[in-house]
Design a binder for this molecule. Structure first.
Ligand code: NAD
Length: 471
């Protein structure tokens, strides 16, 4: 595979070459490649082509589409290392650990599961007088707008189910990570018919047009809650279907009976996977006072032993922040914590002169629940650890925010943990882990973390129009 960023929409010719801009490596500040800046006119062309291609794609039937999605997964596997290197250079995540190679591997795994998942028509009533069947038809053209943290995998989450159900798709990658998504789609398109899957690599204007476009029947959006609200507004006139996977500020609650040493590694990766730049990462940790110091000590030991650095170095498993804006958010929140008198266990002291957007792994203890590092989404490598006295108090604090993507409960007693989990307002509550996703298990947010489910049979329903045949 060669990463040819001029093959921008996946299916275009080379006429009218788009303007480009340089993408820089967030670990070294060195230029990587030029990314096309597509325009709203490019989007219009892609949407027209996707609309024209939809009925033939639908006509291939479930088995025909599943076969091609499996071939697309094969193509990703053949190009896996090149894709992982590009992803590491553009996003910053290391090759090793739950990072670039893992993300590319998950792309083919998700495609295969979507290919193998069936959504059969249901007979709802059949009593001799009435026969009603519920079928699931494709919507038409789906728009997929993605973020920069897991750019390849989230694109696959958005497109796999959509394609599987007979929709054609137009993808709008984040302007921070276009190269990864364009390369991935180029590889997937080697297995698909022309014009079924497009990528238009523009800015916010292109995203905004996609969200209001009359020929787009559904938008799959993953990104911030603020942009999600803008998409709800701009999709209103065309009554578009939406799946919104938005921001989170996930709480973890360590119950009094847990074993700090046994859970430290799981807690650490729950918070610091992808260097904290993960929607459903553990972002505020509530620890019972009886275990507080032990959990702080064990977590600090794991943090000390976990190397951060340039992603192409095989030793590293934590990387830089993907962009300077996110670095500034993390730095501001840690400074607010320090100014309040909170105790920094490790980190909090970035080297301003070093290249790249590296912010050190940071753990902050003895912090008030209303500190900005607790109340706002940091989306980076800084975890606040808050002490609590009663489980009711911890649950109330976990539920106090207006977002609810994930949460976790940590305990040696799974039944006790499940009882606490049932009281938490979040789309997923994990027990003794955090943020583990699975292509068969539905995933989605509560409250302002969004609505609609991805993955599994529920994910297929979400990119279909239900139709009742009655009689
Ligand atoms: P963002 O909202 O800034 O951008 C996401 C995408 O929306 C980009 O492609 C951007 O160009 C596009 N966009 C911007 N304005 C638009 C508009 N008006 N109309 C249509 N599209 C528009 O998000 P980000 O900073 O890239 O991602 C980080 C955020 O995403 C965090 O809050 C994180 O929690 C969230 N996130 C959520 C999930 C989830 O599954 N719930 C997964 C990953 C990230």
């Amino acid at each position: 595979m060669s990463v040819d960023t001029t093959l921008s929409t996946g299916n275009e010719t080379r006429d009218n070459m788009p303007a480009t801009r340089t993408i820089f490596d967030p670990a070294t500040d060195q230029p990587i490649a030029e990314a096309p800046i597509h325009t709203v006119e490019d989007l219009e062309k892609a949407v027209r082509a996707a609309k024209a291609a939809q009925s033939a794609w639908e006509g291939r039937g479930h088995d025909g589409r599943a076969e091609l999605l499996n071939l697309a997964a094969d193509a990703i596997e053949k190009s896996a290392e090149e894709l992982a290197v590009l992803l590491s250079r553009e996003q910053g995540k290391p090759l090793n650990g739950p990072n670039a190679r893992f993300e590319v591997g998950a792309c083919s795994a998700w495609l295969r599961v979507a290919a193998g998942t069936k959504l059969e028509p249901e007979v709802v009533v059949d009593d001799g007088e009435t026969r009603a069947e519920l079928h699931y038809r494709p919507i038409g053209v789906v728009g997929a707008i993605g973020p920069w943290n897991w750019p390849m995998l989230i694109t696959v989450w958005q497109i796999a189910a959509s394609l599987r159900m007979g929709n054609t798709v137009v993808v709008k990658p984040s302007e921070y990570t276009p190269l990864s998504v364009l390369a991935l789609i180029e590889v997937i398109n080697t297995a698909l018919p022309k014009n079924v899957l497009h990528a238009v690599s523009g800015g916010r204007d292109v995203g905004a047009r996609l969200a209001e476009h009359p020929a787009i029947g559904k938008v799959m959006f993953t990104g911030s809650t603020a942009t999600g609200k803008a998409i709800i507004r701009s999709s209103a006139d065309t009554v578009k279907r939406l799946t919104l996977e938005l921001g989170g500020n996930d709480a973890g609650i360590v119950l009094p009976d847990s074993d700090p040493k046994a859970i430290a590694e799981g807690l650490f990766w729950g918070a610091f996977i992808n260097t904290g730049q993960t929607c459903a990462a553990l972002k505020r940790l509530y620890v019972h006072e009886s275990q507080y110091e032990a959990v702080c000590t064990e977590l600090t030991a794991v943090a000390q032993a976990t190397p951060m650095g340039v992603g192409l170095d095989e030793n590293n498993v934590l990387g830089p922040l993907q962009n300077r804006q996110q670095y500034d958010i993390v730095a501001r929140l840690v400074e607010a914590a320090k100014a309040s008198g909170a105790r920094v266990l490790i980190g909090g002291n970035p080297d301003a002169d070093a290249p790249g957007n590296f912010y050190p792994t940071t753990l902050v203890a003895d912090i008030d629940n209303d500190n900005p590092l607790v109340a706002e989404e940091q989306f980076g490598p800084a975890l606040p650890i808050i002490k609590y006295s009663t489980v009711d108090e911890a649950v109330a604090r976990a539920n106090a925010l207006d977002v609810g993507l994930g949460a976790s409960v940590w305990s040696s007693d799974p039944a006790a943990a499940r009882e606490v989990a049932s009281r938490i307002q979040a789309g997923t509550v994990w027990i003794n882990s955090h943020g583990m996703v699975n292509p068969l298990i539905p995933f989605g947010g509560a409250k302002q973390s969004g609505y609609g489910l991805e993955f599994g049979v529920e994910g297929l329903k979400a990119v279909s129009v239900p139709q009742v045949i009655n009689g």
